[in-house]
Design a protein around this ligand. Structure first.
Ligand code: HEM
Length: 442
């Protein structure tokens, strides 16, 4: 059955144009068609704030498809039940909520400062690989504290598996086909799980559960009791990669903006002068005194949301933005174009951190982007039931990394007319190959 009152389709739209330049087509679709446009029959793009928010909040009409980057490893025993999933989610969130992050700012600051201290000065450096290594250490320590050395070597293996899996391929194989990429993923996931299992057992048998995210998952909950070991082992590979994968893409964009906007960098450096010389002594009170740095991070995430396209499926025929969407359709939610809508963000293509300063957000919540005047104004961390679990942690990492870098260095791009990086869109919006030069501030 074809949909009645179909969303418009911009001339020339289709998968071929999409695979040539996804950002350009997304922008053209939003400009020419408005709220909702058609990429191919049965594939729609929600382009502005209102339909984006509507899709993300209407989970029954538009559920998130299972995206098992790290699906449960095959083993005898029961599959995870919805109740176990809810229990695992609640336990993780105890460890990831803003108050929990606020209590561990010193550790996060010490890790990000190590990266800043080691940045070689006076030459162009490809920045994303070392940022990823540094944030992997930060993220793994946040989840597993003193067990970091046992798990960190396997975390980068998970990242490599993810990169291979999301690479566009000519054929989309059914989920059950064991392609080389999927077998590679399974090996990396099994290696991580084999390293995690003894940690889980040791903590449980010793009774020293730990105050980190793993510790929260090991504590019995009054409502659900004890979380089975297999659920912990199946959940944590995905969460582990999430702690550093998107944050390192975001950090690439933020550092690039320090190079592109030296006056903004100077203002951050002035603000960051009040941070303690000993990074481990940094507290959430120091972080609160970095409003401009925070505004810069938000503004970069608005302009370049690393998760720039979120996928949902229509579970039933429903109405969206005045159009009919048939059951079985795919709806792509596009924070990238929603963030460039002049109705919400005047002069939307301009980098203007000040726009966030009048709307400082919840001071107790480092992930709160402010109280938007209209819905959907900031979707970089998604929203609704599947909104980002790690927003507070990500904002803390990025704000500290940005402040510490600007306090210490001037950044610049290599000379030349062309940007020294490529914007890639498949694994997330990324400054692939970004090179920057750090010069010590005097
Ligand atoms: C700048 C950094 C980050 C950005 C831009 C980001 C963005 C997002 C977005 C847009 C979503 C929603 C996806 C959807 O609705 O389909 C999401 C979900 C998620 N994020 Fe993040 N994220 C970041 C950092 C983190 C960190 C540090 C963690 C650490 C735990 C994390 C864990 C998750 C998880 C577990 C989900 C899935 C939630 C669910 O499906 O219920 N993220 N993130």
């Amino acid at each position: 059955m074809s949909p009645v009152n179909e969303p418009p389709r911009p001339p020339g739209a289709g998968f071929a144009a999409w695979s040539r330049d996804r950002l350009a087509l997304a922008r053209r679709g939003a400009e020419e068609c408005g709220d909702l446009w058609q990429l191919e029959p049965g594939v729609y793009v929600a382009a502005t704030a209102e339909p984006c928010e509507a899709v993300l909040h209407r989970g029954r009409d538009f559920p998130k498809p299972p995206s098992p980057l790290f699906p449960p490893l095959k083993r005898p025993g029961a599959a995870t039940t919805p109740e176990e999933r809810a229990h695992a989610h609640a336990a993780r969130m105890r460890g990831l909520r803003p108050q929990a992050v606020a209590a561990r700012i010193g550790e996060i600051a010490a890790d990000t400062a190590r990266f800043v201290d080691q940045w070689p000065t006076g030459r162009d450096v490809e920045v994303l690989p070392p940022i990823r290594r540094a944030l992997a250490e930060t993220g793994v320590r946040y989840l597993f504290s003193e067990d970091t050395p046992a798990l960190l070597p396997f975390a980068s293996g998970l990242f490599e598996a993810r990169e291979v899996l999301v690479r566009p391929t000519r054929w989309v194989w059914p989920r059950w086909v064991p392609t080389p990429a999927r077998r590679f993923r399974t090996r990396r996931q099994a290696a991580f799980t084999d390293a995690l299992r003894p940690v889980v057992r040791r903590r449980r048998s010793s009774g020293r559960l730990g105050d980190d995210v793993l510790g929260q998952m090991l504590r019995p909950s009054p409502r659900y009791g004890l979380l089975p070991e297999r659920v912990i082992l199946d959940t944590l590979p995905g969460i582990t990669v999430a702690t550093f994968e998107t944050p390192s893409r975001a950090a690439g964009w933020v550092l690039l903006h320090l190079a592109l906007y030296p006056r903004a960098a100077d203002r951050i450096a002035a603000e960051a002068a009040a941070l303690p010389a000993e990074a481990a002594a940094t507290t959430s009170a120091h972080l609160e005194r970095l409003p401009y740095t925070r505004a810069v991070v938000r503004e970069v995430l608005r302009l370049h949301p690393p998760s720039w396209l979120l996928t949902r499926h229509a579970a039933r025929r429903s109405q969206l933005a005045g159009y009919t969407i048939d059951a079985g359709s795919t709806v792509l939610v596009c924070p990238y174009t929603a963030h460039r809508d002049a109705r919400q963000h005047p002069d939307p293509d301009r980098f203007q951190p000040e726009r966030w300063l009048d709307d400082p957000g919840d001071p107790d919540d480092p992930g709160d982007p402010g109280s938007p005047a209209s819905p959907g104004v900031f979707l970089s961390f998604g929203t609704g039931a599947h909104g980002c679990e790690g927003a507070a942690l990500a904002m803390a990492m990025l704000t500290l990394l940005t402040a510490q870098t600007a306090r210490r260095y001037h950044l610049s791009e290599p000379p030349g007319p062309q940007p020294g990086y490529q914007v890639t869109t498949y694994e997330g919006l990324t400054t692939a190959g970004l090179r920057l030069r750090a010069t010590a501030r005097t």
